[in-house]
Design a protein around this ligand. Sequence first.
Ligand SMILES: Nc1ncnc2c1ncn2[C@@H]1O[C@H](COP(=O)(O)OP(=O)(O)O)[C@@H](O)[C@H]1O
Ligand SMILES: [Mg+2]
Length: 327
Amino acid sequence: MGQDELIDYLVEKNILDSSSVEIRTLSGGVSSEILLIDDGNKRFVLKRALAKLKVKDDWFANVKRNHIEQKYIRYVADFLPETVPAIHYSDEDHHFFCMEMLENGLTNWKELLLNKQIDIGYAKTAGKIMGTIHNKSAGDPTVEKDFETLANFHELRIEPYLITTGKLHSDLKAYFYEEAKRLASVKKCLVHGDFSPKNILVGPDRFVLLDCEVAWYGDPIFDLAFFLNHFLLKALYAPEMVKEFIELAKVTLKSYKIHSGNIFDEKFGARLVHLLLLLMLARVDGKSPVEYLNPGQQQKVRDFVYQELSNGTRNFEVLTTKWSETV
Ligand SMILES: Nc1ncnc2c1ncn2[C@@H]1O[C@H](COP(=O)(O)OP(=O)(O)O)[C@@H](O)[C@H]1O
Ligand SMILES: [Mg+2]
C-alpha cells in the first residue's frame, strides 16, 4: 500500500475520521516507516515494516520485527503500562500498528545527554524499568516461547557488533567470538535489545521505552552493557562532564540491582564489565559506530579496551575509575 491507499484504508477501518490528513515522517529508517498522522480529530503514530527492500527475505525479516515490537509493547503494558506507548490499532495483514503520539513535554533522552543535560532521576528509572522487565519475565516459559528470536538478535546485534569487530581486531577475535557464542546460549529473560537513550522519551511524569524490534529471550547482561556503554562513551565526548556521566552509569546499575531480583547473580558483574568493554570497541569499529566521537577519541577507546581486556578487568568500579582517568 502506498501512503494514499494507506490513509483511505485507515478511514475505512474507522481509525481516521477523514482522509484529509497531515502526515509527518518521524524517521527515515531503512527497515520501517514511522508516520505521525493527524486528521484534525485523531492523531497517532503509525509504524510499519517497509516493503521496499532489496531481497524478499529482508521483507519477511522486517515484518517479523514489526510483530516482535508489538508483542514486546503488549507484554510490558501489562505491568508497566506507562512505560510503553499505548497501541491503538494493530494490523496483522499489513504489518503495522498505530500508537499514541508521545508529546507534551516528552523529549528524546539522547538529545538531552548530547546537550549535557544530566538528570540522575532518569538513570534511576531506567535501571528500575530494565530490572523489572528482566525480573518479571525470567523463567517464564510463555514469554520464552513468544520471543524465540535469536536469529533476529544475531542478525541485528551479535553479527554487526561482536563478529564484525572481532574480525577487524584479530588480536581480540577470540574474546568477541567467545562472547558471541556465550550470548547465543543464554535464555534467561526478556531483553529489549536496543535499550538506549535514543529510544527513550523522558519527561517529568513519564519515561517511555520505544523501538523494541530486537526483543529476544536471552541474556539480561546485554541490555545493561549496551545501555551503560552510552554513558561511558558520552563521558569521552564531553570529558568535562565525566563525573556526571559516570554517575549516571552507577545510579542505573544500582537501581537495576535493586529491581532485578535473582537475575543479578554472582557472575553478573564480571560478565557485564567484560561485555561492556567489547561493546565499547564495537561502538567505534563495528557496523554501527557512534557518530559523536572524533578520531582521537576513537583511538582512546581502542587503547583502553585493548589494555583492560588484557588486564582482565572485571570490576565495574575499577573500570569506571580507569575510564575517568582516560577520557
Ligand atoms: N509514538 C511515538 N510518539 C512520538 N515520537 C515517536 C513515537 N514513536 C517513535 N517516535 C520518534 O521516532 C523516533 C524513531 O522511532 P523508533 O521506533 O526508534 O524507530 P527506528 O527504528 O527508526 O529507530 C524515536 O526516536 C522517537 O523520537
Ligand atoms: Mg530508534
